[in-house]
Ligand binder design. Structure first.
Ligand code: ADP
Length: 268
């Protein structure tokens, strides 16, 4: 499983990345964390990027690309990874595509965490307060003025990636303002394993029997609840899910979410 989380500072990429790590046994590759570690260790790279990071600007592509290239070679990344903070512009995305292509690997998908900018600023302000309350040192770039630069860098350089991945049909948007667990549920729906294909009538019958017994055991009810949770953060109101055309255009995982939610809606 190889994923990218895309979203402005404070969108919740780090939290969701950790949950994906726990769920899929993959590693989180956060260029921000790696660069901060280089700064803290005083490596040549760290010395080169320190001031740039303090100003909230993007570090040179060659540096971050080579960090990621090294990192995805490591044995712990063999199972897959979730990229958080990379790529941050189209050149980095293209470099990533080349790297993966050389290894015969593909991306499974990109999740865009959509957030409201006004609320983002408030989120970061409360993150600053919480950090101070824990007695931990603040990040130099967790400062209102620097935050403006970081948001500006996102808008100008990173947001074009939404179009880039949309053209490749790889991106799915999730409402990043929804409660954390709903965001997680929506992401899990997107990357749920597809159901095995029905290869014969016999197999289809087995499937039906299984579904019936699941229903009896209350499994169906549980999956509907999960579907409703996911549907909320997938930015699609449950009742507006009737159109066959829209459903046909949706990816399988979303369709499954919609199906569960629709059944629930009918019962009301
Ligand atoms: P944020 O919370 O703003 O998303 P990160 O922890 O991802 O922050 O990154 C912090 C800083 O590290 C960025 O402002 C930038 O200077 C640098 N950085 C991280 N990832 C990249 C990248 N892929 N390309 C360029 N600079 C990066």
């Amino acid at each position: 499983m190889r994923l990218i989380l895309l979203g402005p500072p404070g969108a919740g990429k780090g939290t969701q990345a950790q949950r994906l790590v726990a769920r899929h046994g993959i590693v989180q590759l956060s260029t921000g964390d790696m660069l901060r570690a280089a700064v803290a260790a005083g490596t040549p790279v760290g010395r080169q990027v320190k001031d740039i990071m303090d100003r909230g600007e993007l570090c040179p592509d060659n540096i971050v690309v080579s960090i990621i290239a090294d990192r995805i070679q490591q044995p712990d990344a063999k199972n897959g990874f979730v990229l958080d903070g990379f790529p941050r512009n189209v050149a980095q995305a293209e470099a990533l595509e080349r790297m993966l292509h050389e290894k015969g690997l593909d991306l499974d998908g990109v999740v865009e965490l959509k957030v409201d900018e006004g609320q983002l600023v408030r989120r970061i302000e409360s993150r600053i307060k919480e950090t101070l309350a824990r007695g931990e040192p603040l990040r130099k770039d967790d400062d209102p003025e620097v935050l403006k630069t970081r948001l500006d860098a996102y808008r100008r350089q990173t947001a074009p990636l939404i179009h880039h991945y949309r053209e490749k049909n790889l991106i799915r948007a999730v409402d990043g303002m929804a409660p954390m667990d709903e965001v997680t549920a929506a992401i899990n729906w997107i990357f749920a394993k597809p159901k095995p294909k029905k290869t014969s009538a016999k197999l289809a019958n087995t499937q039906k029997t299984k579904q019936k017994s699941m229903k009896a055991a209350g499994g169906a009810k549980k999956s509907k609840q999960t579907a409703r949770k996911a549907a909320k953060a997938l930015r699609r109101p449950v009742k507006a899910r009737g159109s066959k055309v829209a459903a046909a255009k949706r990816p399988a995982a979303k369709k499954a979410a919609s199906k569960g939610a629709k059944k629930t809606a009918k019962r009301r």
